[in-house]
Structure formats: structure tokens, C-alpha cells
Design a protein around this ligand. Structure first.
Ligand code: ADP
Length: 449
């Protein structure tokens, strides 16, 4: 181990994740060699502040020089309180009262789909500026270009730069919060991956934002989400990735990094057996044992208990969003809609058969609405991938459920699992169990198999 002069700025706790900035070959047997880009987890500090004992992904441990790596941190989302979505010109003018100079909002353009409109009050009138989406960037004057709306707003908050007024005061939208994310923050926090460092292979799925492909990164197989060319989707896509940067659990599909540029790529841990619905349908009762089913249920409940502990709500828990690894571990994926529990979002498309009555009616999403969805997921699991409420037309589901109708126990479902389903479907969210309790209940069932 060679001496190293540079002093670290802060002391890193055990479990801190780092990414290698350079290759390190090591000089003694005590050292842990690594390649550029490798993920290293701190095990503990040593007497020398420049060296830590650490572990690589293969589980090997050794000493690492601190200035060869940088700490990987969570990427923060920025809120866009001034973003009002699809409202008309007239609605914007009505909202912008009193007409204080510099009061502003941003809406989606009605005349030019895909573009936005910045509405600013000046001398008792509202000016509407078209924000053009061009070459993956946003601009008003075709001179200054911005990566996202937040950056555009920040620019005109400091300087009118040709507008009638500087942006002084945002008019916040009630009830909803929209987010933007700054792609630079992926670079700063150690999550950016170079496009030349991974290869892209065959198509394995199609998602909301674009195709999912298989690929290779640092010698291992990975799943790659590739984004269509669309600024709004890019923001949602990065928002999804940024939520993932703050989470780590053995039953959550883990994010490996993001390759910025056009197209945008998100690299994920590869789940070779695909999504749970396809898995259940293609293998069926003869291959999938009761033990498999209970293990899947425990895996999912354990990831959900972790999200619950962090007050994060998934909002779209369903078997189609569970992925299965080579060694049959179930992991929750698709954090696209997950948000802090306190931040409610209206107006989305809800997967009706999976969404709790209060979430459907009043957009009240909570960990308890996730518990409802988990009950539906358990039903899917024990019916080997059937679509919930098989004989009820989609249009009638809500009414049926509100009148107290609940699905029957699937044929091969043990009574103790059905009890958890029924509790999860309590009309009153308060009466539903927590994921922590569900986890314990399911775990204790393992003995009875
Ligand atoms: P979206 O959330 O954008 O709708 P999904 O995450 O549901 O997209 O992905 C669509 C499909 O791609 C999944 O159903 C699954 O079959 C496949 N897929 C997604 N992520 C992975 C992964 N990490 N490993 C293997 N297959 C995946």
C-alpha cells in the first residue's frame, strides 16, 4: 500500500457506494484492484484517512485509495410548482389575477402540441410566449436553449432577456406537483455512464417510454431502457432514474447508471426471467410450486416494506411490474410513478383493477393504497397470471368494488394468503395491514409449507 497525500473531505460510513474514477492495480496483496467505472462499497475506515477497506461487486475485499473513487449520491428532483399542464390561454389569464408584474406560469401549448407556453403578467396584461421544443432543447428566442423548463425559468428569473418582464413570482398549481431533473446532476453524483462503455443488443420488451434492450456493461449482461426522442418523456425518464438512485434493496431492480445524450439510456440490473405475468402464464401450475409463489410474495412484500419505511408510494404495483431474476428472486420495478407519500398527483392514467377506491376517487395515494394493489397482485400470483376480476367488465369494476364485491379465493390459494388479500382490500385504508405486518405474516407461513 503506497502513501497517498490527498486528504478526503469527509469520512465515509460503512456501506457508502463509490464509483472508480481511474483504474487501480494495487501494489500489495492487501489492496483491492479495480477498473474504472466499477462499483465499490466502503467496508470501514482505516487509520490512514486516505485509505479505506472496501468490497467490490464480486464480494472481494481489500484496501482502496480514496482519491481513485468518488462517492455516489442520490440525484434530487426539482419541483415545478409553476407548471400547470394542459390549460387554455383563457384559463391561464383567469388564474393570473391579480395582475402583478412578473407573476408567471407555464402551460402546455394548445396550438403546438409538444411545445409549452410561458405566461407572464406585465402592465395589467398577460403575455404568452411560445416555448419551442427543438433538437431536444427548449427555447423562446431561438438564441438561448435550455435542457428543461426549470432551467428556462431560472434563466428568465434572473434576467428578462427580451421578455416583457423578469419572472418574479410563480403562480403555484394547487394540489399537483410536477418535477424536472437536471441531467448534470447524474454526472455530479456519479451515475453517468459513457455510451462507449456498453453495447446494445436484442429487444426484450417494450415500455411506456421506449424499448427495453439487452446489452453488456463492464463484462455483465444488463437491461437497457432506450428513450424515444421527446423532452417531456426525457424528464419523466430521468425522474424515474433519479428516484432509483436513492434506493437500494435486494428486491428492488437496481439502477446501474444513465447514459445522457440522444437517445437517452437507463442501464438496469438484468432480470433474465422477465416480468411476473409472463413468467406465471408461460410456466403454469406444473412448474411453479407453492414454495415459489410464497417466496415471490415475501420478496415483493419485503421491497414494499422498505418503500413504506421511506414513505415512498409506488402507485403502480402489479405483477406486470415485478421482474424475476435468473435465480428466481422477484424484484419490484417501474418506479416511474413513485413519489413521496405526501406529494399527491392527479390526472394520471390509473390501472383501474389494481388501484384502491380512495386513490381512484380522490387521488389519495398512500402506502395503504399500495397495500390494496399488493392484494390484487397476490391474487394474480395465486391464479397464475390471470387478469383480475375475470368476469367483470372494466367499466363496472369500480362500482362493484364500492358496493363491497371482492374477488374469491383462487383455487390453489391457501386460506392464510387469502386472509391477507381480504385484509388488503378493506374499504377503510386504516384497516389494511402495513407491509411490515404482511411481511411477518407471509414469513411465518413459510414454515407451514
Ligand atoms: P415501462 O415502465 O417503461 O413501461 P417496463 O419497465 O415495464 O417499462 O419494461 C417493459 C418490459 O421490458 C418488461 O415487462 C420486461 O419484460 C422487460 N424488462 C424491463 N426491465 C427489465 C430488466 N431489468 N431485465 C429484464 N427485462 C426487463
Amino acid at each position: 500500500m503506497a502513501a497517498n497525500k490527498k486528504k478526503p473531505v469527509e469520512k465515509w460510513e460503512p456501506g457508502t457506494e463509490c464509483i472508480a474514477k481511474y483504474e487501480f492495480q494495487g501494489t500489495t496483496l492487501d489492496d483491492l484492484p479495480f477498473k474504472k467505472g466499477e462499483l465499490i462499497v466502503i467496508v470501514q475506515a482505516s487509520k490512514d484517512p486516505n485509505w479505506y477497506s472496501a468490497r467490490n461487486e464480486a464480494g472481494e475485499t481489500g484496501m482502496i485509495p480514496v482519491n481513485y473513487v468518488h462517492k455516489r449520491e442520490g440525484v434530487k428532483l426539482q419541483t415545478m410548482p409553476w407548471f400547470h399542464g394542459k390549460i387554455t390561454r383563457d384559463e391561464a389569464e383567469e388564474l393570473l389575477i391579480p395582475r402583478t408584474d412578473g407573476l408567471f406560469l407555464v402551460r402546455e401549448s394548445t396550438n403546438f402540441p409538444g411545445d409549452y407556453t410561458l405566461c407572464v403578467v406585465f402592465q395589467d396584461k398577460v403575455e404568452h410566449y411560445r416555448v419551442i421544443y427543438k433538437d431536444n432543447k427548449l427555447t423562446i428566442d431561438e438564441e438561448v436553449y435550455f435542457e428543461n423548463l426549470t432551467k428556462l425559468v431560472e434563466h428568465y428569473e434572473t434576467d428578462a432577456d427580451g421578455l416583457c418582464s423578469r419572472l418574479v413570482q410563480p403562480l403555484p398549481k394547487k394540489g399537483t406537483l410536477n418535477f424536472s431533473v437536471d441531467s448534470d446532476s447524474f454526472v455530479k453524483s456519479g451515475w453517468a455512464i459513457n455510451r462507449k462503455d456498453f453495447t446494445v443488443g436484442a429487444l426484450i420488451g417494450r415500455g411506456n417510454f421506449g424499448d427495453v434492450l439487452e446489452g453488456t456493461y463492464m463484462g455483465r449482461k444488463v437491461a437497457i431502457k432506450q428513450l424515444k426522442d421527446n423532452e417531456k418523456a426525457a424528464q419523466m425518464f430521468l425522474a424515474e432514474a433519479s428516484v432509483m438512485t436513492t434506493l437500494r434493496h435486494p428486491n428492488l431492480v437496481s439502477l446501474l447508471g444513465v447514459a445522457l445524450g440522444n437517445p437517452l439510456y437507463i442501464l438496469l440490473e438484468y432480470m433474465s426471467k422477465g416480468n411476473l405475468v409472463d413468467y406465471l402464464r408461460s410456466r403454469g401450475r406444473n412448474v411453479i410450486t407453492k414454495k415459489h409463489l410464497l417466496n415471490f410474495a415475501c420478496d415483493i412484500a419485503s421491497a414494499m416494506a422498505y418503500l413504506e419505511e421511506k414513505s415512498l408510494v409506488h402507485r403502480d404495483l402489479a405483477a406486470r411490474n415485478i421482474l424475476i431474476s435468473e435465480d428466481d428472486v422477484a424484484k419490484v420495478s417501474d418506479f416511474g410513478l413513485s413519489r413521496e407519500a405526501s406529494l399527491n398527483q392527479e390526472g394520471g392514467k390509473f390501472p383501474i383493477k389494481w388501484t384502491s377506491p380512495e386513490a381512484l376517487r380522490k387521488a389519495q395515494f398512500s402506502n395503504k393504497s399500495d397495500v390494496w394493489s399488493f392484494g390484487i397482485l397476490l391474487w394474480e400470483l395465486y391464479s397464475y397470471g390471470r387478469v383480475p376480476y375475470p368476469r367483470v367488465p372494466l367499466a363496472d369494476v369500480v362500482q362493484h368494488v364500492e358496493k363491497g364485491y371482492r374477488m374469491e379465493r383462487p383455487e390453489s390459494c391457501p386460506e392464510y394468503v387469502y386472509n391477507i388479500m381480504k385484509q388488503s382490500w378493506s374499504a377503510d385504508p386504516v384497516e389494511r395491514p402495513t407491509f411490515k405486518t404482511i411481511c411477518k405474516q407471509l414469513d411465518s407461513c413459510k414454515g407451514s409449507l
